[in-house]
Design a protein around this ligand. Sequence first.
Ligand SMILES: [Zn+2]
Ligand SMILES: [Zn+2]
Ligand SMILES: [Zn+2]
Ligand SMILES: [Zn+2]
Length: 649
Amino acid sequence: MKRFAALNNSSDRIGFLLRYPEAYNLSLDTDNQVLKSSEKARQLKDIGNKYFGRGEFRKALELYSNAVLMAPREELGVILANRSATLYYLELHKYALIDAEEAIRVGYPKELFYKIQERRAKCLLGLKKHAEAMAAFRNALKALDDTKLCVEKKQKFESNIRIMLAVMERGNQIAQKTTKLPQKKSLEKSVEPKKLTLKIEDCNPLYPACSKAVEIRDDGGDIGRHAVATKNIEPGEILVIEKPHCALLLAEYRLTHCHFCLARIFAPLPAACNICCCVAYCSLRCRDADAKVHQNECVLLPTLWSSNTSITCFLALRAVTQRPFDELIQLKDKLKTSKGRFDVTVHKPHRGQDFEAFYGMITHENERTTKDLFHRTYIAMWLLRLLKKGPYFPENVKTPDTVEAKPSEGELYIGGLILHSLMLLQFNAHEISELTMSRSDKTLSKAKSIFIGGGLYPTVSLFNHSCNPGIIRYFVGTTMVVRAIRSIAPGEEISENYGPIFTRSPEVERKRILRWQYWFDCRCEACSAHWPLLDEIDPTMLRFKCDTGPACGNVLLIRSDTNEFMVKCSKCGNNTNILKGLKALQDTDVLFKSASRYLEEGKNLDALKAYLEILKILDDTLALPIRDYHLCQQGVRLCMLTLGNSAYI
Ligand SMILES: [Zn+2]
Ligand SMILES: [Zn+2]
Ligand SMILES: [Zn+2]
Ligand SMILES: [Zn+2]
């Protein structure tokens, strides 16, 4: 332990542990449950066929989907084709088409080709792509040469298609003469995932994920880097839109959500690999985008998931392995000297995607105990050994996984990066959420925000914590959207919330959690002024801001049944007319009622607008904490969550 304590960098720590035979006791074995199996796939497909035969297409779809994930490549074509038929009957032409085409791509028996081409054609027809549909019908005719059908059946199929083609040709001629008919709405729209291109319009050139209303300052010491408002920020304003440096789905959602974009999946597509069956994608686009990273992860995913390691471990690994070894090795010297901290300039802005921005996040490495470091090194070393199982390391870098073999410099470097990531993830990881709503209830009364994954957002991580935060976050896919949840004056800090919030948890509890998890003593306004919990806020006392403004900053405490309208400030001596504040309370009361009504009617966006308006009005004259204000913030939060990942279940 003494010798370990004397080490001062992550790579050396990893190398130290790898010299002990005990380091190799931790198993790297894979659980067979998560490997592809043709037997299981076939069983699922057969049950699916039965449902299909009975016309129970939804049930058939579910079974085929499970079979699709389970099937090795040789068997995938037929199962995809069956699912394609099911989707076709469900009138989900777009999905049916994708499956048909994917079936052809992965390999489909030649003698049955005519069938799949015909399905393609019909799907294209359903999608109103007439020219492509006609080409597909012609392909189907051509494919008849390879069939083993009897002459009679063959002729029947052929004549059907020829009739179809003739009808379409005539249709084309008519269509050219008439105007287009409006397209009818189909079921397809309702299962289509929301695709939004989210981007900050007018961004801070130094921190492009932030809007110009946000400035990042560095005061060093306890405060460190933090966000400050450059102008008056109104409740609801979008302040940051950030893509994750890396993100990951929780294991329990691996078959219901996309492994890449974390969207709920309708018809899951398996990984491009031929090994695992424990990840699914919502689309070919996501699968292909993830293919390179998956190739490195595939061999370790099953082990990681079956070993119940926390998502943090996995994220640490992914942060490193999502970049090729060669790219990381080139950064080696730079990271050593800069420690990931660099002068942010217009030419070198702080981008969350850059490895340096990621590497520069806080780790508290020097404040850690030897025991803590040892524990994390042990995990990092195990992750490194797992990584060596896969194709990540080039052959000239990779060494055998034994105590006798001396690990290469490249391996130790990567091991060191994994350890570094583990340390920074402890303080910087964010939970990615999804709002689940009840299918039977159109209001949000049964809505629940669930935690579906984790991600690293290097820009948002620069924001400090407050138990009375200025922002709220929601997620669109893995992209984080940060919006103001109260008015923020220029020069005022814009703070995030790391978990404990003053309305719900008592000060002692909040401080304990923050110290334990994030290693700091909270000195936010709620903590410093010992604000009561939401339920304990005295409704008979009103809190007015002194009319002098921020220059005074005093709060005037007045009983709600007061008869006086001019109140003298004990700090600056000026008089404040509280009539405006009383009027604001009346106005917001009306707005609050209409917001509640909107919520009941399921008009969430109208409710959101009303809630934001209330916050704005109250911010003008009253000082926090105000019971109704924080209730209203809860309303804002709920309504905003519907703009992000959400699902009816
Ligand atoms: Zn996806
Ligand atoms: Zn795989
Ligand atoms: Zn606090
Ligand atoms: Zn004053």
